[in-house]
Design a protein around this ligand. Structure first.
Ligand code: NI
Length: 174
């Protein structure tokens, strides 16, 4: 188990545009395993390779939804290599988003409510699926990371500055 260091704003690595994975190798799968370890350790639900300083188009997601309201979360690890948004709904949805690279800060972000995504899994098998709800928001958030975009970029300048200020204040207090 390897927990990698998660880059936090304003690290310039978070602004890099990641390259497509040309071939899924054992090295790619080792990166995926390390990304899951890192995400679970940080109690996140999604992580892009960009956030651990690797400029490859790899995303891991586990919404860890409880099987029943009071139940223990059931793990549902999902791997997305070279994910692509092939369709976005006109209809939008608002979610209170957070990000492991902007710790403890949350804001409502408006995004297309549904999307259709194409990707390869860890074995290189191609998938295409229409997503909605939290999964739709999460995959759009993570694909943004691969393009060097953060959720605060979707906010007004005023709200963005407020989040950065609050984060810097929390860092000083720590
Ligand atoms: Ni994020």
């Amino acid at each position: 188990m390897t927990v990698m260091t998660i880059l936090e704003i304003p690290h310039p690595g978070l602004r890099e545009v990641a390259q497509p994975v040309a071939e899924i190798t054992d090295q790619t799968r080792a990166l995926i395993d390390d990304m899951f370890d890192t995400m679970y350790d940080a109690r996140g639900i999604g992580l892009a390779a960009t956030q651990v300083g690797v400029t490859q188009r790899v995303v891991v997601i586990d919404l860890q939804e409880p099987a029943e309201p009071e139940g223990e979360p059931v793990r549902d690890p999902r791997t997305f290599v070279n994910p692509e948004l092939v369709w976005l709904s006109e209809e939008t949805a608002n979610y209170n988003e957070g990000c492991l690279s902007i710790p403890e800060q949350y804001a409502e972000v408006e995004r297309p409510a549904r999307c259709r995504v194409k990707w390869l899994d860890r074995d290189g098998v191609a998938h295409e699926e229409e997503m909605d709800g939290l999964l739709s928001t999460c995959i759009q958030h993570e694909i943004d990371h691969l393009n060097g975009v953060l959720f605060i970029d979707h906010l007004s300048r005023l709200k963005r500055d407020m989040i950065v200020k609050k984060l810097n204040k929390a860092r000083k207090a720590a």
